[in-house]
Design a protein around this ligand. Structure first.
Ligand code: SF4
Length: 419
């Protein structure tokens, strides 16, 4: 039963609707250091205030966003969602004008550089979408707001409304929610893969058309210039990492997505009995992000990433997927740092994209020794078995049965993705 208490002050509603929005990972938010001005993160200059998250703008800058829901009322009943119709949660709602006022007031105080706006579904998909679009319209048309806007779009909403969202927003996103159709049918019975993917297809077409037109006509309207993204919940259903990697790859290929975000399922109060009781290890989410990087920046296709999984289709938690792949395909190593093509160097565990680019640049002038490579990587121990340098050849190292043990981190610390 929906709790009858409803917050009335703006601050109370902001607390509820910012907290409700935190489950959505599809505005990138990682790697930023806290910059709290005083304890609690609410002082002058704080970047961690209520509802403020960080995202990367299309030009690579890290920006602060006001991340809120328009409302956490919802007529849908997705089992994994704290805002589902049957959840006993305190409800709140903003009007479009209130969201506009909050955004402008945070923006003028330099707390934020943009808005990430999502919503539960009230009355109907069209009604909700209209309200989201109205926020963006008022900001852009009435206040000439030049900040970043990321709008969640509702797949079932009228195409014309979704199109208008793209004309006001920098980025749009539609969550696919679960990696498999069966998982979606079981945990989000009101949603439908075909409708979600149909809306993504429409977005892709509109984004492409807008890019073509802006090349030809300088003043052609821009449509979601920062592209579209999506989110998948990890660990709420039985989908394996191989299923998730396969789904992400299909989404990138089919819809030209900028990003797929992975969000480890987190148990919610009064959870439905069909959900697992425990959240998956956070390391699983991290390994999926690493596998995503392999596909986007390292030239691996999804089939190759899946080769890094075990018999159960899961990526190992103790080593990263690139090392797992290299250990399975040892005959591809060692590669010669002074002669190998870029694609082969990118497969060497411990070498990131930046290190490979530097190697390619430096080796035009001189032959690299192992110590030169050591300056470009955080883990020379990880690189050594897989690389030949001017003064180094890893005799039989890749044949060692205990190589995996030698290269596994001593504990499950969340190492930065250096390779
Ligand atoms: S549509 Fe589903 S996921 Fe979205 S707010 Fe409603 S219950 Fe939650």
């Amino acid at each position: 039963m929906e709790r009858m208490t409803r917050a009335s002050s703006i601050t109370d509603r902001l607390a509820i609707l910012a907290d409700a929005a935190k489950y959505d990972a599809s505005c990138a938010s990682s790697g930023t250091a806290k910059r709290n001005s005083k304890e609690g993160g609410k002082g002058i200059g704080s970047t961690e205030g209520m509802g403020i998250c960080h995202a990367y703008a299309p030009d690579g800058r890290c920006i602060s966003l006001l991340k809120i829901l328009l409302t956490n009322h919802c007529i849908f009943d997705c089992h994994y969602c704290i805002n589902r119709a049957s959840s006993n949660v305190q409800r709140a709602r903003f009007t479009p004008q209130e969201v506009v006022d909050l955004t402008l007031s945070f923006y003028r105080r330099n707390y934020i550089e943009g808005l990430f706006l999502s919503s539960g579904i009230v009355k109907s998909s069209n009604h909700t979408m209209e309200q989201l679009v109205e926020v963006a319209r008022i900001l852009r048309e009435e206040h000439d707001f030049r900040g970043y806007i990321h709008l969640k779009t509702i797949p079932d909403a009228d195409g014309e409304l979704v199109h208008r969202a793209g004309l006001y927003a920098d980025r749009v996103s539609i969550n696919v929610e679960l990696p498999t159709d069966a998982g979606l049918a079981r945990l989000a019975p009101d949603k439908d893969t075909r409708r979600i993917e149909g809306a993504m297809g429409g977005m892709k077409q509109a984004i492409r058309q807008s890019r073509d037109e802006t090349k030809r006509f300088r003043h052609a309207p821009r449509f979601a210039p920062a592209g579209q993204s999506t989110q998948m919940i990890v660990g709420a259903d039985a989908a394996s990492d191989a299923d998730i990697v396969g789904k992400a790859s299909r989404l990138y290929d089919s819809f030209g997505l900028r990003r797929v975000y992975y969000s480890a399922f987190s148990p919610i109060p009064d959870a439905s009995a069909v959900l697992p009781l425990k959240r998956p290890p956070l390391m699983r989410e991290h390994r999926l992000y690493q596998s995503d990087w392999l596909m986007r920046f390292y030239g691996y296709d999804s089939r190759e990433v899946m080769q890094a999984t075990g018999a159960d289709g899961m990526l190992p938690l103790d080593i990263d997927p690139k090392l797992a792949w290299a250990l399975k395909f040892r005959d591809r190593f060692p590669v010669d740092v002074n002669r190998a093509p870029r694609e082969a160097l990118l497969r060497v565990p411990g070498l990131g994209v930046r290190a490979v680019n530097q190697i390619l640049s430096v080796r035009r002038q001189k032959r690299l020794r192992l110590e030169d490579v050591g300056k470009l990587t955080v883990s020379l121990a990880k690189v050594r078995p897989f690389l030949v340098a001017a003064d180094w050849r890893p005799t039989l190292l890749t044949d060692r049965a205990d190589l995996r043990t030698l290269l596994s981190p001593p504990n499950e610390q969340l190492e930065l993705f250096a390779a």
